[in-house]
Design a protein around this ligand. Structure first.
Ligand SMILES: Nc1ncnc2c1ncn2[C@@H]1O[C@H](COP(=O)(O)OP(=O)(O)OP(=O)(O)O)[C@@H](O)[C@H]1O
Ligand SMILES: [Mg+2]
Length: 326
């Protein structure tokens, strides 16, 4: 069941020529990772802020687990939805532990419970416990981003809204935090809505991607379908789809066969490709069949294993595949 349903949601700021968000509709499955992407000013932050009612919509509605968010008390929404804002938003005059404890304090938890929770979260984000006594300026940018994440997780919300949480980080720190976020999401089974400008980050993290342009949702799809079937030229430019396909056509499919099954049985209906085939050929074979995998043969025609969309998707992410090998 959808944990979040967005129906025809619009936001028109007074005096603005066009709606910041224009009749957006989409559903988010519980436990999934959804990434919103689009150019600056396209309405990503505005859309996110309507989900936790920092902004009230001009029209349309948001359902949280089937209930109209408009009718829910703000405290309940705050408990259910963690929010990591653009630029960490830590309070500079408060210690790290106090920053993490903000929502539990608001919810009126007892002191001992708050202290235990803060300790757990500092462990979870991989900082030494004694950093709890520091102030934000005594931490690096990446450490501050982690604290922002810990703060959003504090009251154990089912849903996390994250607005460019890794925006200001170097590529290595960013990749490490992405990995940690994926691990945390799997372990804690959170539903995450994550905003980014960076298509590589989107492809790496997302179960589904929402592409926005001038307030409108132009495509809502899996990363692989966004790359292989961009809805229009705007999406194509954004993902560099033609460039991506060109790169895919340069890579031999056999390099990415993860489950080696020499002489393995061929599932019926599974298409197959030869030893010289590229990843692009593998995608064509998959798209043109009902199978979720394609068999790969070596030069002599023997089956060496299979490739799935997921395997190809991993190959699309430079840090894990393509860039490193080409
Ligand atoms: N409080 C506000 N009052 C008036 N206009 C606003 C307000 N907040 C946002 N806007 C306008 O709404 C549009 C969408 O802004 P929004 O912040 O949602 O974009 P964004 O996609 O998050 O951009 P970025 O990637 O730069 O963060 C912009 O044209 C912006 O100027
Ligand atoms: Mg924004």
């Amino acid at each position: 069941m959808a944990i979040i349903t967005v129906e025809n949601l619009s936001k028109q700021f007074p005096g603005e020529p066009r709606a910041a968000v224009d009749r957006a509709s989409f559903e988010v499955e519980a436990g999934s990772f959804v990434v919103l992407i689009g150019p600056s000013g396209c309405g990503k932050t505005t859309l996110l802020k309507m989900l936790n009612r920092l902004y009230e919509p001009t029209s349309g509605r948001v359902l949280m687990q089937g209930r109209d968010a408009q009718g829910l008390p703000a405290t309940e929404l705050r408990r259910e939805i963690g929010y990591v804002i653009q630029q960490t938003g830590l309070f500079p005059h408060m210690r790290i532990s106090q920053n993490i404890a903000v929502v539990p304090e608001l919810l009126g938890w007892e002191r001992a419970r708050i202290d235990t929770r803060v300790g757990e979260l500092i462990d979870l984000i991989g900082l030494p416990r004694e950093y709890g006594r520091r102030y934000p300026r005594q931490l690096s940018g990446g450490q501050q981003q982690r604290v922002g994440l810990a703060r959003a997780l504090a009251a154990d919300p089912a849903i996390m809204l994250m607005d460019e949480p890794f925006g200001a980080l170097d590529a290595i720190t960013r990749t490490r935090l992405q990995d940690e976020l994926i691990a945390i999401q799997r372990r804690l089974k959170k539903t995450i809505l994550f905003v980014t400008h960076d298509m590589e980050e989107a492809l790496r993290l997302a179960d589904k991607v929402v592409v926005m342009c001038e307030g409108k949702i132009v495509q809502y799809d899996t990363p692989l379908h966004i790359v292989t079937n961009p809805a229009n030229e705007f999406v194509e430019d954004l993902v560099g789809a033609s460039d991506m396909l060109r790169r895919l056509s340069l890579i031999n499919a056999t390099m990415f066969v993860v489950e080696r099954q020499l002489g393995g049985d061929e599932p019926s209906g599974e298409p197959s490709i030869g030893g010289d085939a590229s990843l692009r050929d593998a995608i064509s074979a998959l798209v043109g069949s009902a199978s979720d995998s394609v068999g790969v043969r070596d030069g002599s025609g023997a089956r060496v294993g299979r490739l799935t969309f997921d395997d190809i998707r991993r190959a699309l992410v430079p840090s894990e595949g393509l860039g490193a090998r080409v």
